[in-house]
Design a protein around this ligand. Sequence first.
Ligand SMILES: C[S@@+](CC[C@H](N)C(=O)[O-])C[C@H]1O[C@@H](n2cnc3c(N)ncnc32)[C@H](O)[C@@H]1O
Length: 278
Amino acid sequence: MTINGIVKNGIIKLKENNIEEPLLKIRILVASVLNKPKEYIMAHSEDKLDEVHEKKILEGIEQLMNYVPIQYITNNQEFMKLNFFVNQNVLIPRSDTEILVEEVINTYKNEPVKILDMCTGSGCIAISLKKYMQNSEVCGIDISKEALKVAQLNAKNNNVDVKFKCSDMFTDIKNKDFDVIVSNPPYIKTQVINSLDREVKNEPIIALDGGEDGLYFYKKIIKEAFNFLTDNGMIFLEIGYDQKDELVELINADKRYELIKTKKDLGDNDRIVVVKKV
Ligand SMILES: C[S@@+](CC[C@H](N)C(=O)[O-])C[C@H]1O[C@@H](n2cnc3c(N)ncnc32)[C@H](O)[C@@H]1O
């Protein structure tokens, strides 16, 4: 079959299964299997595929039809202009989270700060911070050993030195001198998980489920982070689009902190909260 033929057939199959953005997904899949840029697919549409590549692309189309996110098939997602390996043990890094990383970078520039990335997953936040703040010392924490394997691989691939540790939140953290605690924790309400897109439901539930009110991890971080921060240390949190008021209430109720700012993402949704220890 030609590249064009497999792309056309793939689009028909994905459309039949109501998969969004079929053309884009098939192009990414074909480019990944052929190990070529997407533009190559357009320029070589009449090229005949060899059997091995054809079989791999057909398997990928099958996975897409079963709502496996394209990033888990190609094992790649770009974040902060860096490439991250991803598999079904980690949340796929989202562009909204780049706002959180940029806020930390803009606050500290190249100061020699010590940073803790709580709930690190693929390590995308921790690794990007270390890459763009080379004087920083960065540690990433996750409860999932499988996620930490991915994070370690990503640090190696991106050539940065980040320490990763397995811990249930702050339980096994010894250092108490972090200038920054940054986190994109699970924040979806348990009862909402079932109604998420089928592709999102293929991401690890442990990365999504924020408890009954979606605030379980924020409450824990706000309660415990204080003891792990230096004087004037700061907390940077990603939040769900509808969680700002609840977060502001939680922070204002705790006199150990001052709310510095909240910020929206490019889609005009509330996305981050920045807090300072007083
Ligand atoms: C929303 S994902 C964020 C991943 C990554 N930081 C990102 O922004 O793409 C949340 C992560 O929290 C981790 N996690 C869940 N419960 C945890 C706990 N009790 N302690 C530490 N990490 C936890 C999950 O394994 C998952 O990797």
